[in-house]
Design a protein around this ligand. Structure first.
Ligand code: FAD
Length: 290
């Protein structure tokens, strides 16, 4: 099933997982996935290591999600490091695995790499190429409420979104964003700029101070004053920070839903408990009574 059809019928709940490194066992992730399925997600996405690291594991993971029959698999796929022939081969692998949904990305450059090797410079070119080959896949694309860290301006980023829309993307998924104000300003500018695609909000649960700082900085996102205050107040105690971060994320998710997000996509970091508590406490799914 195409994820866009689920999005069009109401708020979606989805999760992102990442594949283990190729020399590590898959079983711990498979058992986390089993527990995540119990939360009845609409889809689960699996990241793709740009330049092909973990390529095989990405395919194993999405195949397993798709074969579970519980939800749709969304595979991330990057054009960094992939030629046209590589894309065609990947499309046939995904098709054989039963996957119908891809998140088409340029990809982050691994250290020492500064360009995509010339096959596809940007995600819109990858989307157009896939669209020209087949209708089998529904394609999602990335967007950045606080602007992509290399974009010259929000307007330049919105132009890029229009190119992805014109190329045939079906919906957009956001980078993490802890500031609802920045998120809403972006949505407003994107809509006024002509972006019509549904937008699924990506949320990284606020659980660890170091993780928060690392992820926000590496993605060029901001730490709003409210979050900085949590770091100042609870940063020395892992347990207190986790509890305060959970309360913050619950209220962030509720607000994103109230403001009309098409879906909530939780970056799970392959964890279950914290994610499940967030899903229950934000009221997206009812907690089972055993
Ligand atoms: P693009 O759309 O190509 O944009 C990159 C930059 O170029 C932006 O600054 C944009 O404004 C500009 N631009 C875009 N199109 C054009 C154009 N036609 N002409 C000129 N400028 C243009 N990375 C991974 O490696 N693996 C993953 O699994 C992964 N998953 C992600 C999931 C989500 C939800 C998000 C938001 C990001 C993910 N990323 C992943 C990171 C992503 O690959 C990087 O942010 C990458 O630097 C940009 O990818 P993109 O698809 O947005 O690129």
């Amino acid at each position: 099933m195409k994820i866009i059809d689920r999005i069009q019928s109401g708020l979606t709940l989805s999760f992102e997982v990442f594949p283990p490194k190729s020399d590590r066992p898959l079983e711990p992730l498979l058992s986390t996935l089993e527990r995540l399925y119990a939360l009845s997600p609409d889809f689960i996405s699996c990241t793709y290591g740009a330049m092909g690291s973990n390529k095989g594991r990405n395919l194993e993971v999405v195949r397993s999600i798709q074969e579970s029959g519980t939800c749709e698999a969304l595979s991330h796929y990057t054009c960094v490091g992939n030629s046209r022939a590589d894309v065609l081969s990947a499309l046939s692998d995904y098709e054989a695995a039963g996957v119908e949904n891809l998140l088409a990305l340029r990809g982050d450059f691994p250290s020492g790499v500064t360009q995509t090797q010339g096959f596809f410079a940007h995600a819109n070119e990858l989307i157009a190429f896939i669209r020209a080959q087949t209708d089998r896949f529904s394609l999602a694309a990335a967007c950045y409420p606080e602007k992509h860290l290399l974009a010259e301006s929000i307007d330049a980023d919105i132009d890029a979104l229009l190119k992805k829309q014109d190329a045939g993307a079906a919906f957009l998924m956001t980078q993490l964003c802890y500031s609802v104000e920045n998120y809403l300003r972006f949505i407003d500018r994107a809509r006024k700029g002509g972006v019509r695609l549904p937008i699924v909000a990506g949320v990284l649960p606020l659980l660890k101070k170091d993780g928060l700082v690392r992820m926000t900085l590496s993605n060029g996102c901001s730490i709003p004053a409210e979050v900085a205050a949590l770091v100042g107040r609870y940063g020395e105690s892992e347990e207190s920070f986790r509890a305060a971060g959970h309360a913050f994320t619950v209220s962030l998710v509720r607000r994103l839903i109230q403001e009309g997000a098409s879906g909530i996509h939780l970056y799970t970091l392959n964890r279950f408990e914290d994610v499940a508590n967030l899903v229950y406490d934000a009221g997206i799914r009812e907690k089972p009574h055993y």
